[in-house]
Design a protein around this ligand. Structure first.
Ligand SMILES: CC(C)(COP(=O)(O)OP(=O)(O)OC[C@H]1O[C@@H](n2cnc3c(N)ncnc32)[C@H](O)[C@@H]1OP(=O)(O)O)[C@@H](O)C(=O)NCCC(=O)NCCS
Length: 247
């Protein structure tokens, strides 16, 4: 197959999510010493559970992908706190969590960022307060032209897309989200965001699953994105047990 021109390669991407239902067992046994130290430092049990679940999801899925046991995968952090795989430079991944769910995006040959949010996490008042810190003038105008009942939803769709793009870039909110100019919210087509040195292609939507709350999601990548297919996991055990047989 002839090589596609630069900027037109299609990302190979996998999206996984895990709902942390009550009673789901998340053990630290397969985590690294550094990860265990982070768990010990959490004040909130819920935050610690989300962190552990994210790392188990990551170790189970990526370990199986590269043929190593979950506990053998080395995960390092950039100076900005972004996790990466020092032994697998061709694979990038990113994690996000919301109240009771973790999500993982894995990309081969490019960079990826993901954000998930629960629709009701921000109240209308909180949204009005943070909007000017997140949106550029054109986006604020776009929202103000919408009927009031639509404004909150549109804002959240901007928020997840911008956060995914910032996480793809790797500095999170150390960069100004107002510098990411997005098209209006009514499309899930690939959108190239050009102001940054490296373009981001973004897809977003909302995920509905049985017996679990809905969530909004956005994925940003350094290459064009196919329509993503979510793999939703109910349990981490089967992923981990399959991978445990690997060295
Ligand atoms: C990155 C950031 C947007 C994440 O915010 P959040 O509300 O925790 O959002 P999410 O749940 O979507 O993402 C959390 C995950 O993002 C990943 N992450 C952390 N820092 C990241 C970064 N700089 N870029 C991309 N991803 C990052 C981690 O996997 C983290 O989960 P984990 O700690 O359980 O592994 C936010 O922390 C930020 O802007 N950080 C700026 C960089 C910074 O201040 N670093 C300080 C530590 S050196």
């Amino acid at each position: 197959m002839p090589a596609l021109p630069k900027g037109e390669e299609i990302a190979q991407i996998e999206l996984h999510s895990l709902y942390l239902r009550d009673g789901l067992d998340v053990s630290t046994a397969l985590l690294s010493d550094a990860e265990k130290a982070r768990v010990a430092a959490f004040r909130s049990r819920d935050a610690a559970r989300l962190f552990i679940a994210g790392r188990l999801l990551c170790r189970g899925i990526i370990g199986r992908m590269v043929g190593c046991a979950p506990q053998a995968l080395t995960i390092s952090l950039t100076p900005y706190g972004r996790p990466y795989l020092p032994d697998h430079a061709d694979i990038d991944f990113n994690l996000s969590h919301t109240t009771d769910r973790v999500a993982l995006a894995v990309c081969r040959g490019g960079r990826v960022g993901i954000d998930i949010e629960q629709p009701g996490r921000l109240s209308e008042t909180e949204a009005l307060e943070v909007m000017p810190l997140i949106l550029c003038e054109r986006e604020l105008d776009d929202i103000q032209r919408q009927p009031p009942e639509q404004q909150h939803k549109t804002f959240l769709s901007y928020w997840v897309r911008k956060e995914a793009a910032l996480k793809c870039r790797g500095r999170g909110f150390l960069d100004d989200p107002r510098d990411i100019a997005l098209e209006p919210a009514d499309t899930t087509e690939n959108m190239s965001n050009r102001p940054f040195h490296e373009a981001n292609f973004i897809r977003f939507g909302s995920c509905h699953s049985e017996n679990a709350p809905n969530f909004l999601w956005a994925v940003a990548a350094s290459q064009m994105l196919p329509e993503p297919v979510w793999q939703q996991h109910q349990d981490i055990g089967s992923l981990i047990h399959d991978s445990l047989k690997l060295k």
